[in-house]
Design a protein around this ligand. Structure first.
Ligand code: TRP
Ligand code: ZN
Length: 877
């Protein structure tokens, strides 16, 4: 156990700050070992705050060099440094100027929170609570101030000096130093502060807003990377135009800068006017980046850009409101993605992500509401629930209101709360007022954890032509929430006739039938919906476009097959196919079906997908892929990772053999895709072709040769990697040759090298655990680099179910060893890695005991970070 159990922060304990900060003037003298930070705060007692409370400034890992109040040095009797690091000043005048001087050591900062160095340059990361590692400050989002930042550094080492806002001054100083001053006119919380300094190059462009403002755009990268920024720049300009067109939101500064950094805890950060990005979400060339990487760049660039309004101009009152900015911004980036390509495929991809990460979280020991009630470490709450389920909540609002009313709600939200730090209630109230819909009940989506389970039953009366659909919802208890209430669930639906055509629908009480999709709102635990004019029982198509984040079960296989072929909604078609395949796999696993030959229904469905693939190759590739092993696991009470893997392989091999000629023909037909383009059709063709390759490789010997030939001839990373994944699963000389060639060619490119680690870590070969241990000691492995840790350890533990759950417990031991080694360096990354061990309840008794033992070993480690302590202790509870 840790020496002192860390204290919980509770949502209901919120108190307004005692002091407000109107302006902050910062001056940095950059030095890797000893950076001096001078800060000048204009303070004012908060009329809404406690009139007698002292000023409390947060601080962490700081050396205090000096304090001056209204120009006079403060004696040691006028302030106190508390054990939690904060600086407390009683007896301050109601308005005053406080000057604080601190020293920090960026090079020693392995947490990558606050000011740190990477590749010789300086970067900051302040969300959520990193600013307190730079200077003493009320480091909470409801304190919004105007910042002026002067950065001083050695010109040779740091020719580029960046911060938030617009650059207003720059010049030369003695001793080879220079400076730049940046002014950010918009008040902001400290978590949006940023500074970047180093030997970086700019790729420049510009954007003219629709009101005619010229914005200078720049992406700052290391020398050599300037040829890999085209896609990021393109995505930025598309995002800027989209937010104007769809939400009427314009950019509000003269400059927009993006800086790319190799050592970064997350994907990217939306600092005002100076986004900082993981290189993974900036750099791409066809030879180095896959189609999935290109998509990721477009998504993350859009996400951070959209935060400029949803997050920055309107921000969060406290960290419990995190989904206010994250859920809404994910929803916005998803809508953008849908508009940039195939909306149907985008929805499929987003739902797959939700089901892969959020549904299991909602089902496990770390389940929490989209707005949590308490935390030990806020960094543990940047979760799929806050992000992805939060986005689903916004999407439900959007679908219930429709685009126009939702837009009016958004206009109300931004208009009412510009430059404020607000709550989720404020958001929902604005959408409700602007959109014109009572959303009182809807707030439950934010407070109740767990995924609702939906079941249906139907009755038909041929005499009256009445058909009744009964919908039931049920949510299981989650930690700390035994009782669950019914939620308002919007169900987009339609009815199909027995011949597969879409029927118009008329609910009892309505005068006219409506064509196409309509919305039902389920608000009770059980509710009937009565439809008229139906002489024969129809087939309901429910949750079109996945209109709510729920589990819909109990649909017969026959009906799934029908929907997969006939439904007009592409999401339901895809989903019904996936459910059908899942049902088959579960049956095989349970030993109820012993056929070595695949189900004829599935073969026929796959054959017809291949037949019609040319019309929409992107969709065909999605639909031809079987549900992942972890998705199947999520459907089982007690997971059997070996059986899942075996059955899925059996099915894939069977399909590969049965349809070998068709897979082969499709593969050949798509072999020449011409010069590399990244539009949906071209990437869809590559995805389809690579899906065919994977089936062919399982089907027989010459699949391996095909993969090796593709690997050798590949002119883009998508094709090279797909072939390498196939080879890495085998015990062949081709595998060793390809991996060696890949390493030799790409050892100098860290992002590509990450792929080399991941491919080996996700191989289903039995010896993968030993391989991963060996790769951990490889000279190219670096525990301090989060991308590399995720590429090896994260890929293995979260992306290789069958090997991570090796019955010996070796996978669990490896993960716990890594967490223990990493925690003292970077608690954020260590605590994120631990999640797969938390799923011990879903494994059999023997595996469960091994997993618990590793969690206990982690928890017994002296000086454990509070992040990892919180995760490990909650996982065991
Ligand atoms: N706000 C960032 C986003 O959603 C993510 C973020 C939160 C982050 N904490 C961070 C990024 C810590 C890096 C490090 O885009
Ligand atoms: Zn975000």
């Amino acid at each position: 156990m840790t020496e002192q159990t860390p204290r919980e922060t509770r949502r209901t304990d919120y108190r307004p700050p005692a002091f407000l900060v109107d302006t902050v003037a910062l001056r940095f003298e950059l030095d890797p070992q000893a950076t001096v930070v001078r800060s000048r705060l204009t303070l004012r007692r908060n009329p809404q705050g406690d009139a007698t409370a002292p000023l409390r400034l947060d601080g962490e890992a700081l050396v205090l060099l000096g304090l001056r109040l209204d120009g006079k040095a403060l004696g040691a009797n006028r302030y106190a440094l508390e054990t939690d690091g904060s600086l407390v000043l009683p007896d301050l005048p109601d308005a005053c100027v406080l000057e604080v001087e601190t020293r920090i050591a960026p090079e020693a900062n392995t947490e990558l929170s606050g000011l740190y160095t990477s590749g010789g340059a300086f970067f900051t990361q302040c969300e959520a609570e990193g600013f307190r590692r730079i200077t003493y400050f009320p480091d909470r989002p409801d304190v919004m101030a105007r910042y002026t930042t002067t950065v001083v550094a050695d010109r040779a080492r740091c020719p580029v000096l960046l911060s938030n806002g617009n650059r207003t001054d720059a010049g030369t100083l003695p001793d080879g130093r220079h400076f730049a001053t940046w002014v950010d006119p918009h008040p902001k919380p400290s978590y949006l502060f940023a500074l970047v300094a180093g030997d970086l190059l700019a790729v420049r462009d510009s954007f003219t807003t629709r009101s005619g403002r010229q914005v200078a755009l720049a992406i700052w990268v290391r020398r050599g990377d300037e040829t890999s920024c085209d896609h990021a720049m393109q995505s930025l300009k598309q995002s800027m135009a989209w937010d104007e067109r769809v939400f009427g939101l314009e950019y509000d500064l003269d400059e927009f800068n993006i800086a790319a950094v190799s050592d970064f805890n997350m994907g990217a950060m939306e600092n005002k006017g100076l986004n900082v990005f993981n290189t993974k979400y900036v750099l791409a060339r066809p030879e180095t980046a896959t189609d999935a990487d290109y998509d990721g760049i477009q998504r993350v660039i859009a996400h951070e850009y959209f935060h400029n309004w949803t997050g920055n101009r309107v921000t969060c009152r406290d960290w419990f409101q995190l989904s206010l900015k994250e859920g809404l911004t994910v929803f916005r980036d998803q809508q953008f993605g849908a508009d940039m390509g195939s909306a149907a495929v985008k929805r499929i991809v987003d739902v797959r992500r939700l089901r892969a990460a959020q549904f299991p979280e909602d089902d496990g020991p770390l389940a929490h509401p989209v707005r949590p009630d308490s935390y030990l470490a806020i960094d543990n709450f940047y979760t799929p629930t806050v992000y992805e389920k939060g986005a689903e909540i916004c999407r439900m609002l959007y679908r219930m209101l429709g685009p126009d009313r939702f837009r009016r709600g958004m206009d109300t939200y931004i208009g009412r709360h510009d430059n404020q730090a607000v709550t989720i209630e404020d958001f929902v109230r604005a959408i409700s007022d602007g959109g014109g819909m009572d959303l009182t009940l809807f707030m439950r989506w934010y407070s109740q954890a767990g995924t609702p389970e939906l079941t249906i039953s139907e009755t038909h009366d041929p005499a009256t032509g009445r058909w009744t659909l009964t919908l039931r919802q049920f949510t299981r208890p989650t930690p700390g929430q035994a009782e669950k209430q019914p939620l308002p669930i919007p169900i987009a639906m339609g009815l199909l006739g027995q011949d597969g055509t879409e029927l118009p629908t008329r609910l009892a009480g309505e005068t006219e039938a409506r064509p196409g999709t309509r919305m039902l709102l389920l608000t009770e635990a059980e509710q009937d919906f009565v439809f008229e004019d139906l002489p024969a029982p129809p087939v309901p198509s429910l949750l079109r476009g996945f209109s709510a984040p729920v589990r819909l079960g109990g649909i017969s296989r026959e009906r799934l097959r029908f929907l997969a072929t006939h439904d007009t909604d592409p999401f339901v078609r895809w989903d019904a196919g996936q459910h059908y395949a899942t049902a088959l796999m579960l049956e095989l696993i349970a030993g109820r079906a012993h056929d070595a030959e695949p189900d004829e229904g599935l073969v026929a469905a796959m054959a017809s997908l291949l037949e019609g693939a040319d019309a929409d190759p992107e969709f065909a590739a999605e639909a031809l892929a079987l549900p992942s092993e972890s998705y199947v696991a999520d459907q089982m009470k007690v997971v059997d990772p070996e059986a899942i893997h075996a059955v899925r392989q059996l099915l894939r091999r069977g399909l590969g053999r049965r349809l070998a000629a068709r897979f082969r023909a499709t593969y050949e037909r798509l072999t020449d895709t011409g010069p590399y383009r990244i539009d949906g059709r071209a990437s869809g063709q590559r995805a389809l072709r690579n899906t065919c390759l994977a089936y062919l490789a399982l089907a027989g010997q010459d699949g391996i040769a095909l993969a090796k030939a593709q690997f050798d001839a590949a002119r883009n990373m998508t094709d090279a990697l797909a072939a390498l994944v196939v080879l890495a699963a085998t015990n062949t000389p081709e595998r060793d040759d390809a991996l060696a060639a890949f390493h030799a060619r790409w050892r100098g490119d860290e992002l590509v090298l990450d792929k080399w680690f991941s491919i080996q870590a996700t191989s289903p070969r039995p010896q993968t655990v030993e391989d991963v241990r060996r790769l951990y000691r490889h000279p190219d492995f670096d525990l301090r680099n989060p991308n590399r840790v995720r590429a090896l350890v994260g890929a293995f533990s979260a992306g290789n179910q069958v090997r991570f759950h090796d019955a010996s417990g070796a996978g669990y031991r490896f993960l716990a060893d890594t967490v223990i080694a990493l925690d003292p360096m970077n608690g954020q990354i260590a605590s994120r890695l631990i999640n797969p061990l938390g799923m011990w309840r879903r494994q059999d008794a023997a595996r469960g005991a091994l997993m618990r033992a590793e969690l206990e070993r982690v928890l017994a480690t002296p000086k454990l970070s509070r992040l990892t302590f919180e995760k490990a202790s909650k996982a065991l509870a």
